[in-house]
Design a protein around this ligand. Structure first.
Ligand code: NDP
Length: 325
């Protein structure tokens, strides 16, 4: 038997239960992993709450780290005992999970368990946002909302590494300090009554930014769009404050011929080669010290509901991790 966190129905964190389940078995092209730690991501809350359609009950989670316990038929390049992390392993809030080998990363022994659990989803997302959704060039200025969050801190560091400038928004002074430490050039609080666009224009001599990376969504989308230079990139990658409602596409023209995208990690790691290439940049950053993964909170697997409350309550910074030990 294994233990797992199941969402019993659509709803708040209270629908999460810590249950005994049958240990899953790996099929062809899959491995069974003993989970050391699982990463907590906003998408887990969208799936739990029913914002994204799911069947119930389902085991929550999609990323983690651990060691391979069993390999399925036809798996040649992975062995029992290999240390791995993964970015799309449905049911990762568990002591054991089955993962497709296409979604595995090999984790160097020098990387801690918590960092390995933190890396795949937020790390790869920050990597593709800065290199592919909009390719940061030296001198570009980016607006990064929720700059002390999991994606925000990593995205800021990667943009700086690529020679860009970062204007970051956060909700508290404590978060502002973290965003600054990650390298943000300018940080301001975007609470009620703050005119984000006016502030961004003031900080860019009226010009605006080349790109707005917006994972906050509903509360910030309009301000992000209005903060761009002509021909700028509006990259909407999430909806922590709620999903952006449908809007008139002519607004892109009126705002300066803006390039709008709504990307998702899955589209940027469609092959093992692409996954390896993107993750190698992250491992390189860890090894050479220009990329720091902040694990802001660690909870026991059984306390996953508290982790969701903290994430949705804007109490967290950096990554939230669940440990099985
Ligand atoms: P974060 O650690 O960034 O947490 C979310 C942050 O959003 C909060 O800490 C808070 O920061 C800010 N926020 C603003 N308004 C709200 C609100 N009403 N409720 C809750 N939070 C709010 O989370 P992640 O790094 O895991 O994810 C960030 C975004 O990126 C999410 O939207 C997520 O869905 C998205 N994402 C998208 C991916 C993709 O490929 N498209 C992949 C991974 C994540 P503050 O207090 O400073 O305002």
């Amino acid at each position: 038997m294994s233990q797992a966190i199941q969402a019993m129905r659509a709803g708040g964190p209270e629908v999460l239960e810590f249950n005994e389940i049958d240990t899953p078995r790996p099929g062809p092209g899959e491995v069974l992993v003993d989970v050391a730690a699982a990463g907590v991501n906003f998408i887990d809350t969208y799936r739990r709450s029913g914002t994204y359609p799911m069947s119930y009950p389902h085991i929550v989670g999609s990323e983690g780290t651990g060691r391979i316990a069993e390999v399925g038929e036809g798996v040649a390049s992975w062995s029992v005992g290999d240390r791995v992390a993964w970015h799309e392993g449905p049911g990762s809030y568990a002591t054991q999970v089955v993962v497709k080998t296409d979604n595995l990363l090999r984790v160097p022994e020098g990387v801690s368990t918590e960092v390995a659990a933190a890396m795949p989803l937020q790390g790869l997302t920050a990597q593709y946002l800065a290199t592919s959704s909009h390719e940061i060039k030296p001198g570009h200025t980016a607006l990064v909302h929720a700059g002390a969050g999991g994606v925000g801190l990593l995205l800021t560091q990667i943009i700086k590494h690529l020679g860009g400038n970062v204007i970051s928004t956060v909700s508290t002074e404590e978060k502002a300090e973290l965003a600054r430490k990650a390298g943000a050039d300018e940080v301001f609080l975007y609470g009620e009554g703050v005119d984000v666009t006016a502030k961004v224009r003031e900080l860019t001599d009226g010009e605006g930014v080349e790109v707005a990376y917006d994972g906050v969504g509903n509360d910030t989308f309009d301000a992000s769009l209005a903060s761009l230079k002509p021909l700028g990139s509006m990259v909407l990658f999430g909806g922590a404050s709620g999903q952006v409602p449908p809007f008139d596409i002519q607004r892109l023209n009126a705002s300066g011929g803006i390039f709008l995208s709504r990307p998702s990690l899955a589209w940027f790691v469609r092959s093992s080669e692409e996954l390896a290439k993107r993750s190698s940049m992250l491992f390189n950053g860890i090894e050479h010290g220009w990329l720091n993964f902040r694990v802001g909170a660690t909870f026991a697997l059984a306390d996953a509901a508290d982790a969701h409350r903290a994430l949705e309550g804007r109490e967290t910074t950096g990554k939230v991790v669940l440990t099985t030990a």
